[in-house]
Each structure stands twice: as structure tokens, then as C-alpha cells.
Ligand binder design. Structure first.
Ligand code: PLP
Length: 374
């Protein structure tokens, strides 16, 4: 039996989301673009789901575009810049590759990229403000880091961008990759006034292949694939209605149980921090990080220790297992936080989910103890 501590990489589909997927596949199988009755029924259901997700996120449904996942949502936002006048993008050094890979490309075609530090895991409003120039068009700082769980102060960061905008009279777009914040406390799209945010269903017990882009001004979003004109012309292709229905149920489940889940997971996180520190391990995640993500320094190279834990039946990550070459990338994120390369190479990410139990946590602590004390 595997005990799963890799929920920041992906999560199992919840029974409620699975049921919604199956029920919607049969009850609403029509193509939402078809004009016959079954098509209209599917279209109505798609819009009902969009409206419900919008109410859960506290935004207007016209600002939500369904995609195949966060990587596509991010790509939809950044590829829209290809239609804009070139300028500078200020981006944190701790972004997920789904964002950072766009910087490499945009730089090649003439955008200026300014990377800002995140000492200790956090981008400060002061650091961000001092990086802005009259040429800045876009700022990208993620909501919650996928390696350390550090929660960025998005509201304060956007406020300082808006202040600069007023002083300089030029619009700056703020993009917040919010994948690891979805369903958890602190996500406030409207209150924080971001221009774009990305989400993914499979990180919150929804299905693979469904994501969401929040766009404050959907008119700026240019489609990658325009054929069909679905999603208000922003994302062509037949809509994944069963996936959207399952995403809605998964998100509802997270939000309905958010406070009690977080209280419980916080206790597990504290217990892990205390026990692993007592074993002499260094904790990398900041104290006020998301309780769901805990990065620590293991005594051995991370891929070796991850395998040793795997042999004992535990799934943890040697970094951000969101790509098939994740190790080097999470090291880069940790180094951007000010952690030495030698330590970053030994980092292990333990990430918990709604299904994690006290027993799971206790057995992980025992496994660490056995491996370290022999
Ligand atoms: N952004 C962050 C912070 C992530 O953790 C992930 C997950 O791997 C992604 C983006 C990409 O999400 P998806 O797998 O939905 O493309």
C-alpha cells in the first residue's frame, strides 16, 4: 500500500467529482455548440457550472475561460502578449516552469525580462516597486509556491503595481499563477485585483485535463486555437463539459470543508515540522507557508532519499514533480530563495491533501526516524 504525500503534484479524483463526470457524460452528452435541444441542454449546463464556479471564486462568470489545465491557462495569457506592444515583464524567480518558460520565449522575440528575488520565499512590495519602470507592461508573481508553499502577499503586491500605474499613467497587467491556492484560504481574486490567474482541477481532486483562466479583461485574451469560437472566442474546441462539472464539484467540496481541513492539516504540518526537526532535519518551508506543502532538507541527495521512502511505501517528491525533469527546476526555485545549491539538491517536498490522515503522518515520521537513526 502506497501512502501518498505528493498532493501538490496531483490528487486522486474524489468520488463526488467522479460521479459528476459520469452523470454529466450521459445526461449532457450533446455538443454545447449544437443548436438542437441536446446541444442547448449541454450549453445551459456548461453555463450553470461556470456561474457556480464564478460564485465560488467571487468573480463574474464572464471572466472565466475553461482550458485543459493551468499550463494552457498560463499560455493563453502570455501568448496574448504577442499582440501587445513589447515592453518589460517583471517576474519572480520562483515561478513554475509553465510561467518561466514563457519568459525565455518572450525574451527571444524582443521583450525585456526582469527577474526579481524572493528571499526567504517571498517577493516584497518594496523589491517589486523598485523593479518597475515606465516600460513595464506585465508583472507575474505566483500566489502560492509549489515547492515551499510560501504564500505571496498578492494584495500588497498588486497595490504597489496600481500605485506605480497611477504615478506613470500606464496600465500594468498583474498575473497570479494561483494553482496551489485554489480551494484554500487566502485566494481573493476580486479583492486582490489581479488581471489574470491560472487554476487546475487535478490539484484539488478534480479530473486531469480541465483548467481555468481568470481574465479581468477577457478582451485582451487572444485565442491559441480560434476554430469554433467556443469560450467567447477565447478558446476554440469542444468544451469538456463532464470535466467542468467534476471540477465544479471538486472545488465545491474543497470550499465547503476548507476551514476544518485546514485546521487538521495545520496540525499535521506542525507535527511533521517538530518531529523532523527533532531528527535533525532542516525545514525549508517558511513558517507561515501553506500547511499543505512542507519542504525539508534530507541527509542524502533528494532522489536517493525519495527512493528510500518509496521502498518503505511513501510517495514524496524530490522537488516539484509537475514536470518530467522537475528536480533541477525546484533546485532553481530554492536557490532563488537564497538556499545554497548543495542543500537544494537534498530537498524533499511532502505535500498533503484532504485525504491525508493522522496515521499517514505518524507512519511517515516513523519511516524518517528508521531511515535516519538506522
Ligand atoms: N503552476 C503551478 C504553481 C503548479 O504547481 C502546476 C502544477 O504542476 C502548474 C502551474 C501546471 O498545472 P497543470 O498540470 O494543470 O498544467
Amino acid at each position: 500500500m502506497e501512502i501518498y504525500f505528493d498532493n501538490a503534484a496531483t490528487t486522486p479524483l474524489s468520488p463526488r467529482a467522479a460521479k459528476a463526470y459520469i452523470d454529466t457524460s450521459s445526461s449532457f452528452f450533446g455538443n454545447p455548440s449544437s443548436i438542437h435541444r441536446l446541444g442547448r441542454k449541454a450549453k445551459d449546463e456548461l453555463e450553470r457550472r461556470r456561474g457556480h464556479i464564478a460564485s465560488l471564486l467571487g468573480v463574474d462568470e464572464k471572466n472565466l475561460i475553461f482550458t485543459s489545465g493551468a499550463t494552457e491557462s498560463i499560455s493563453l495569457f502570455f501568448s496574448s502578449l504577442l499582440w501587445m506592444e513589447k515592453g518589460t515583464i517583471v517576474v519572480s524567480r520562483i515561478e513554475h516552469e509553465a510561467v518561466s518558460s514563457w519568459m525565455t520565449y518572450l525574451k527571444k522575440i524582443g521583450w525585456n525580462i526582469v527577474k526579481i528575488r524572493a528571499k526567504g520565499g517571498f517577493v516584497t512590495p518594496e523589491e517589486l516597486y523598485s523593479s518597475l519602470t515606465p516600460d513595464t507592461r506585465v508583472v507575474a508573481v505566483m500566489a502560492v509556491n509549489n515547492v515551499t508553499g510560501a504564500i505571496e502577499d498578492t494584495k500588497a503586491l498588486v497595490e504597489c503595481v496600481r500605485r506605480y500605474e497611477k504615478e506613470n499613467g500606464r496600465k500594468i497587467l498583474f498575473f497570479s499563477d494561483s494553482v496551489q491556492a485554489l480551494g484554500k484560504t487566502g485566494l481573493d481574486l476580486k479583492g486582490s485585483d489581479v488581471d489574470g490567474a491560472s487554476f487546475s482541477a487535478h490539484k484539488i481532486n478534480g479530473p486531469r485535463g480541465v483548467g481555468l483562466l481568470y481574465a479581468k479583461n477577457p478582451e485582451m485574451i487572444r485565442p491559441i486555437a480560434s476554430a469554433g469560437g467556443q469560450e467567447g472566442g477565447h478558446r476554440g474546441g469542444t468544451e469538456n463539459l463532464p470535466g467542468v462539472a467534476a471540477f465544479d464539484e471538486a472545488l465545491s467540496e474543497w470550499i465547503e470543508n476548507r476551514d476544518e481541513d485546514e485546521k487538521r492539516v495545520k496540525e499535521y504540518n506542525l507535527r511533521l515540522r517538530e518531529s523532523l526537526s527533532n531528527l535533525g532535519l532542516e525545514i525549508l518551508s517558511p513558517e507561515n507557508a501553506s500547511p499543505y506543502i512542507l519542504s525539508i532538507v534530507s541527509p542524502l541527495p533528494s532522489e536517493v532519499f525519495t527512493r528510500m521512502l518509496m521502498d518503505k511505501g511513501f510517495c514524496v517528491s524530490s522537488g516539484s514533480a509537475c514536470s518530467n525533469n522537475a528536480k533541477g527546476k525546484s533546485e532553481g526555485i530554492l536557490e532563488a530563495m537564497g538556499i545554497r545549491n548543495e542543500k537544494a539538491k537534498r530537498a524533499i517536498r511532502i505535500s498533503m491533501g484532504r485525504d491525508t490522515t493522522k496515521e499517514d503522518v505518524e507512519s511517515l515520521i516513523s519511516a524518517f526516524g528508521d531511515l535516519i537513526n538506522g
